[in-house]
Design a protein. Sequence first.
Length: 300
Amino acid sequence: MKGSGRWVAVGVIIALMLLTLGAMSLAISSVVRRAPSPGSPLSHGVNWGNWGTEKDFTVERTVAVAPTDVVTLTTTVGEVRVAGGGPAGEVAITATIHLWDRNASQSLAESALKVTELAGEKRVEFAIHGVQFGFLGFGFGGGGKADLEIVVPDGQALRLNTDVGAVIVRRVKGDLTINSNVGEVRVELFEGRLEARTDVGRIDVRDARLTGPLTLESNVGAIAFAGTPAGESRITTDTGSVTLYLPEDRAYRLVLEDEKPFRQFDSELPYTVGLVGTGEPVGTIEVSTEIGAVSIRRWK
């Protein structure tokens, strides 16, 4: 039995490695396949003659928004930081763009950050195409990345789509949707409706007060939530633990999938099958993990 247990553990580790490599390959291929038309200043592809040390540029944008607009941000590689509490009627964007190209310039950086307006939606997109590599502070192939800082007014609907990089959101109020291929997702001091998904990466939500449905999904990565859910909540990971910090003065219907190998469950709050907490249930929380523990903790 001990020998078979070791082989199972080895199999799990190999599966995790394959999932991670597959997700990273998918993210890199998505950068390559969105290549612009030939002749574009961004259509370098893999060009060994164009490699160079990193050059950094700052690009700023201010986007006028109506309260009913949806702001959609799409970026390939880099960290995204979002803060709430900004002035009404505008979204401020500061991008630190890192380019690995001996011909890099401010104008190239400016052209990589685009803003388009549609009815009811403002789209912000950063895209540097071709294969890029930034290990040990240098790169090749005319690639790049952008670290973005965004300030939004309270109540603004926001969608964040990233290929590779962490997403960090703080003090935002409104409807928030996050889709990431590879990278950690962290949301703090949030109020509103929240959906966060990542293929590979941890999801960490702290001090959240939900006013609508909650969805947290990761293929490979732990999920932690601390706050007050409302209505329907769904928290799912294929490989990773799920930890919920919930208030002890209310109850939730708790739906757990059938027992799976490697999964453990424990709760600091009162628990009976299908119910966690004290009093009448005020919502439903559905939790699913293929491999990983599920823990309920008091939210202090």
